[in-house]
Design a protein around this ligand. Structure first.
Ligand code: GLA
Length: 398
């Protein structure tokens, strides 16, 4: 397998040093999988809609080595929790005590089911993107693990198979009813491109991004996403209810994202207020993503930016996944001329937002947003300019 230089060589080296300290000398291979930002298409993936994520140049590194026995040992530079278990003890559901390591153990299990390989393994992780903040760090752990196991066993799975393994681990083993976006975005990442993913058919295309058109400023509110998993699963259930009612009373379409605004109007008398608002977000978000994609293809970043702004408003009012901090940070950014648009990213409920900014203008945006945010909340937000990056790969030290 071809290896490439790590985008973050010092992190790659720290992963190797910790690996050797924990697990002893010997050959260790290092793999990387990217996180993602989703430009537009909030909460559409599990509703069968379209999403527009791009893999970024930050993500998760994992040092990996197969073991001659059936033990699995996991370490992380980002979390003190160390996990060791016998392969036989990895059941169908995550053990809550395994914390972050559940994403990796779930992948080990799904990989064993898919590829029939059950060897023990030592794994040590390190990430350079904000964790659990809406940049798909858990999907990157999953994709990096599946990619590593595939390479160590020399099987040669397709990127989509890697994504599916990581997705099944998260929905089945970990128990978050997420859609496919994050795992597909990470596994299909291609430098200089976004992925336009049609989640119902699982078809996708890579759409080129002009690197001089905009930069992506990630703004971290530092607000932990409390109860995000249970509130996320609640949204999934609410959308399923809206879909069921629309099928019963309007017409039978295969997913919520397939309904039109006219359908929704016709269904309004039969939907409770919550189901109606959730459905309205999904249906109107499909319009916004179409406009966003058209803007991106035409180089009309202002139109893409407007789609982001409107997506945030709908996520706040109809989907109710925003919070004061996300509203403030995106609102402050939006006030500035060099900002095309801003929205929360990932599931919401806290964590990060993104702003599309004219190239080179992020420092000025950051200075203004920072002072507004500190004034209101007394908390220092984090800022990073992220660039489109490639998909999973093996990395060497050079
Ligand atoms: C999380 C989930 C994704 C997607 C987004 C919201 O990142 O893992 O599947 O639903 O939230 O768009």
């Amino acid at each position: 397998m071809k290896t490439t230089a790590a985008a973050n060589p010092s992190l790659r080296d720290r992963v190797v040093r910790r690996f050797v300290d924990e697990f002893g000398d010997g050959p260790v291979r290092v793999f990387f999988a990217p996180g993602r930002v989703n430009l537009v298409g909030a909460h559409l993936d599990y509703n069968g809609g379209d999403v527009l994520p791009l893999a970024v140049d930050r993500g998760i590194y994992v040092g990996a080595r197969l073991r001659p026995d059936r033990r699995i040992r996991l370490r992380s530079l980002n979390d003190p929790l160390a996990v060791e278990t016998a392969a036989e003890a990895v059941g169908e559901r995550a053990d809550p005590e395994h914390g972050w390591a559940a994403y990796a153990l779930g992948v080990w299990r799904e990989f064993a089911v898919t590829a029939g390989r059950r060897a023990g393994v030592d794994l040590c992780y390190g990430g350079d993107l904000p964790m659990a903040s809406g940049l798909a760090s858990s999907a990157a752990i999953g994709v990096a693990t599946a990619f590593a196991l595939d390479a160590l066993h020399g099987i040669g799975l397709e990127p989509v198979e890697i994504a599916e393994i990581a997705h099944r681990a998260e929905t089945g083993y970990v128990g978050l009813q997420c859609g496919i976006m994050d795992q597909y975005a990470s596994a299909l990442g291609r430098s200089g491109h976004v992925v336009l993913l049609h989640c119902f058919t699982k078809e996708w295309e890579h759409v080129p991004v002009d690197p001089d058109a905009f930069e992506i400023l990630v703004m971290d509110t530092r607000r932990p996403r409390r109860l995000a998993a249970s509130r996320f699963n609640e949204r999934v259930r609410e959308c399923a209810r809206a879909h069921r009612l629309l099928r019963e009373h309007v017409r039978d379409l295969p997913c919520l994202a397939a309904y039109s605004e006219e359908d929704l109007e016709a269904g309004a008398p039969f939907l409770d207020a919550v189901a109606f608002r959730r459905a309205r977000h999904v249906v109107t978000e499909m319009r916004r993503i179409a406009r966003g994609v058209a803007g991106l293809r035409a180089g009309n970043i202002a139109a893409l930016g407007r789609a982001l702004d409107e997506s945030h408003r709908s996520a706040r009012e109809d989907y109710e996944v925003s919070c004061e901090e996300l509203d403030e940070i995106t609102g402050a950014a939006r006030r500035l001329d060099p900002v095309f648009g801003a929205r929360l990213t990932g599931a919401g409920f806290g964590g990060c937002a993104i702003a599309l900014v004219q190239p080179g203008r992020s420092p000025a945006v950051e200075a203004y947003v920072h002072s507004r945010f500190v004034e209101r909340f007394g908390v220092e937000p984090g800022f990073e300019v992220l660039h489109p990056g490639g998909g999973p790969r093996e990395v060497d030290s050079s």
